[in-house]
Design a protein around this ligand. Structure first.
Ligand code: GUN
Length: 284
């Protein structure tokens, strides 16, 4: 039987419908969640991602603004801007779109954001809280993937999960969140020996490599759940994942498509984090 497709767009819509209702109620108490996005330079992919975040925010009733800055601004100017936003009570969530120009230290920027406004979940304080299992802002892509697995009642506890990719944004936090759900986690990456022998042991396979269609069914155990985090453009400009969809569909039990898979869920969890930030800051 071919795999059941996990429709991230549909799940995202359901979650956003609930958020819209919650925000109507928050607004009645005088609280409108607000997200500020800082976008530096003119990278087309970053512009497109930020546009998506702005549109999704508006759809659920989150107010947002984008601060567009030239790529030649100094690191100190950017840090000053973040400090200003940290001190602005109307701003609940701050997101600095990555990547940054080479002359700006990304880690310094992330660590300047108030952890209580860090809706990306990239600040070391939030990462540390996540690791020890405390309440934290969770990085949006891994957080969204956990929601996708749970939406299909895919058992995580006790299962062998293999994560391919070890970025700070996806791979590393993904493994940690799955560990928190009592999975047995293996990380694979570009230096892994005999990748295929490891991925073939995976009950759940998370693929975050960044190369189009590289994972075919020979990497997949019969009946595995496969999550494709890849966002690639193939030669004819079409969006495609890291997984060879048609091939893996014949072997997996669950599979996420690209597009309409993980992507819409990433943005949805950003909205969830912004609402959480608004409620949290309002309390204090
Ligand atoms: N660039 C690519 N993905 C992300 C993300 O999730 N957050 C930020 N801030 N920048 C990104």
């Amino acid at each position: 039987m071919p795999a059941e497709i996990i429709n991230g767009q549909q799940l995202a819509k359901e979650l956003r419908d609930n958020m819209r209702e919650e925000i109507v109620q928050l607004k009645e108490t005088g609280l409108t969640p607000h997200l500020t996005v800082i976008l530096i330079g003119d990278d087309p992919a970053s512009h497109s991602y930020v546009k998506g975040k702005e549109k999704a925010s508006a759809e659920v009733g989150i107010s947002s603004n984008i601060i567009r800055l030239n790529a030649d601004l100094s690191e100190q100017e950017l840090l000053n801007k973040i400090v200003e936003l940290n001190q602005d009570d109307h701003v609940h969530g701050i997101l600095v779109q990555l990547p940054l120009p080479n002359h700006i230290d990304e880690q310094k920027v992330i660590e300047t954001i108030d952890p209580a406004k860090d809706v990306d979940g990239f600040h070391p304080i939030n990462i540390g809280r996540m690791i020890v299992g405390q309440d934290a802002f969770l990085p949006c892509t891994p957080y969204g993937i956990i929601q996708m697995l749970k939406s299909k009642n895919i058992v995580i506890e006790g299962k062998h999960v293999v994560v391919i990719g070890r970025s700070n944004i996806v791979g590393k936090p993904m493994g940690q969140l799955l560990l928190n759900e009592n999975a047995t986690v293996t990380y694979c990456h570009s230096r892994t020996n005999d990748l295929k022998s490891i991925t073939n042991q995976a009950d759940i396979l998370i693929v975050a490599i960044g190369k189009a269609n590289i994972i075919d069914s020979s990497y997949v155990k019969e009946g595995a759940a496969v999550i494709d985090v890849g966002v690639n453009r193939n030669t004819d400009g079409k969006l495609t994942g890291d997984v060879d969809f048609e091939d893996v569909k014949q072997k997996a039990s669950f599979l996420t498509p690209v597009p309409k898979g993980v992507g819409p869920m990433t943005i949805t969890m950003l909205l969830a984090n912004t609402i959480k930030a608004a409620k949290g800051l309002n309390k204090g």
